[in-house]
Write a protein that binds this ligand. Structure first.
Ligand code: NAD
Length: 264
């Protein structure tokens, strides 16, 4: 393995269990020498995240619910006290009421719209601002998005709107922090079987459809998403900022399934 992340320290937000995209990313970063701190949402997730974090030698495990800004502040306070500065962050957090991840988007409630936007979009801006203040020597930040931001996916609904706003945030934040040598990018992952992913009605159908109809004819692995995160968070990508990078077996380029399969 390379030492691409040797000497770099960063925060990973969004591990719920070993199937989480954030965990796939954390594992890859750790294999390449990164030192990691983790946040977890509530005690139940904390119990699952602790052994995972310990398995890669991390002892910094901090509670954080992004709906409570004081818990976000507490995380950065602790990081400032223990590490002084950081080099990167991974934001892999999203939430929407699963009762509204089905049917028509127009039925989205005002309450769930606001909550979805706060947790799935604005939390990245709040985290980025605090992280940038701890990156005196530059740094790199990533968040996770999905192609439902620009193209219609059945049942993805308000989450698509939140992801569109998140992707736009990535571009504005990239401009805000660019002169400080802080880069901001997003990975647009193809469907992965995770807790959050299963909240979307008919997730399995979407998963199988994209698997069958992507150029590579398969879905992506956590290792493949981890590899792209490694590229974006390491010095391999120092000229890249404000990007939304697809890791989706090429599904985003497809307008129509392969004709042979339509005939079958
Ligand atoms: P996951 O369920 O493993 O992770 C989602 C995380 O969000 C959990 O750790 C959860 O604790 C956290 N979270 C939710 N509300 C929170 C809050 N209020 N405060 C703090 N944390 C909160 O699922 P995942 O699929 O790994 O999701 C990670 C990211 O990847 C999300 O942004 C998701 O939209 C995105 N994504 C997922 C897929 C997919 O198919 N699974 C595809 C593309 C993008």
């Amino acid at each position: 393995m390379s030492n691409l992340m040797e000497g770099k320290r960063g925060l990973v937000m969004g591990v719920a269990n070993r199937n989480s995209i954030a965990w796939g990313i954390a594992r890859t970063l750790s294999e390449h020498g990164a030192e990691l701190a983790f946040t977890y949402q509530g005690d139940a997730f904390g119990k699952r995240v602790k052994p995972l974090a310990e398995s890669i030698g991390s002892t910094m495990l901090l509670p954080c619910d992004v709906e409570d800004i004081s818990s976000v502040d507490a995380v950065f306070q602790t990081l400032a006290e223990k590490w002084g500065s950081i080099d990167f962050i991974v934001h892999a957090i999203a939430y929407s009421d699963k009762n509204e991840l089905k049917g028509r988007y127009s039925e989205t409630s005002r309450e769930n719209f606001s909550r979805t936007m706060l947790i799935s979009c604005f939390s990245f801006t709040e985290v980025a601002k605090r992280a940038a203040a701890m990156m005196p020597n530059g740094g790199s930040m990533i968040t996770l998005t999905y192609g439902g931001s620009t193209r219609i996916m059945p049942n993805y609904n308000v989450m698509g709107i939140a992801k569109a706003a998140l992707e736009s945030s990535v571009r504005y934040l990239a401009m805000d922090f660019g002169l400080e040598d802080i880069r901001v990018n997003a990975i647009s992952a193809g469907p992965v079987r995770t807790l959050a992913g299963s909240g979307v009605t008919d997730a399995r159908l979407m998963y199988n459809y994209q698997k069958k109809n992507s150029p590579l004819g398969r879905t992506v692995t956590l290792e493949e998403i981890g590899g792209t995160a490694l590229y974006l968070l390491s010095d391999l990508s120092t000229g890249v900022t404000g990007e939304v990078h697809f890791v989706d077996s090429g599904y985003s380029i497809v307008s129509m399934p392969r004709l042979g399969e339509l005939k079958a």
